[in-house]
Design a protein around this ligand. Structure first.
Ligand code: SAH
Length: 229
């Protein structure tokens, strides 16, 4: 998979992309991530990427030209499956959407800043808008980092144990059951006996029962769908 990210503050990806699973996936060649600073695509001598809003007092708005220049440059190098804009009013990111996008080859992710981007960019250049939740961030970078992390861990080979992404919450319409590690007894806090039994059938029954119980309690709407399936 190849992901190009367009941002005003690309340095913000240092950390999320230089540690752990994403770092490993990049070094194994499972994913390539291109970071593009929007300021490199301006014709303005001060590298300006924003301007006053036509709605007085509404704050600065990201201009069309640098975004268009950057997207055109990227499109001259490869074909993209989606040009995504991170936006609070976009489609809410959930596991089915992550699964779908993780199967794409080439993605562009545009991060907004300030008051947002000129609406004409959304109309003419963007093919998909994604929100990471019903709250407002200062910029799209953190949202894009969340999106990329959620996609990369699904690509075969990214996780040490490839099956573990499949047993995570939401993959089977349920949240994950509780997990435990050593010691078996910590200050009298015991690991459930069944998990120490060595009986695979009893353990998988217990895990399913706990997953259903938790889903019913914490995600009742998801439980209703699971019940019908
Ligand atoms: N004025 C806009 C918010 C702009 S916030 C509004 O009220 O809708 C600045 C940028 O942060 C946005 O352009 C977007 O790229 C990003 N952003 C903010 N909240 C987000 C969210 N919940 N999900 C994804 N991106 C978000």
């Amino acid at each position: 998979m190849h992901i190009d990210i367009i941002a005003v503050f690309p340095e913000m990806f240092e950390g999320p992309f230089t540690e752990s699973i994403i770092k490993r996936a990049v070094s194994k060649g499972i994913v390539e991530i291109g970071l593009h600073n929007l300021r490199d695509y301006t014709t303005d001598k001060h590298h300006k990427v924003d301007d006053y809003s036509f709605a007085a007092g509404a704050g600065m708005v990201m201009m069309i030209e640098p975004v268009d220049n950057c997207i055109s440059h990227l499109k001259s190098q490869r074909d993209y499956d989606e040009v995504i804009y991170m936006s609070p009013d976009g489609e809410l990111l959930d596991q089915p959407l992550c699964n779908k996008l993780s199967m794409q080859q080439n993605l562009i992710i545009l991060c907004g800043h300030y008051k947002g981007i000129d609406e004409r960019i959304r109309e003419h250049l963007i093919t998909k808008e994604i929100s990471i939740g019903n709250y407002v961030l200062s910029g799209g970078e953190l949202g894009a980092a969340v999106l990329v992390d959620s996609l990369v861990r699904l690509i075969p080979g990214a996780l040490g144990d490839e099956t573990s992404a499949l047993s995570d919450s939401f993959q089977d319409g349920l949240v994950s059951p509780p997990v435990y590690t050593r010691p078996r007894n910590y200050k009298g806090w015991e690991v459930p006996e069944v998990l120490l039994s060595g009986n695979d059938k009893m353990i998988s029954d217990w895990r399913l029962e706990k997953a259903i119980e938790r889903t019913k309690e914490r995600r009742p709407e998801m439980y209703e769908i699971f019940k019908k399936s």
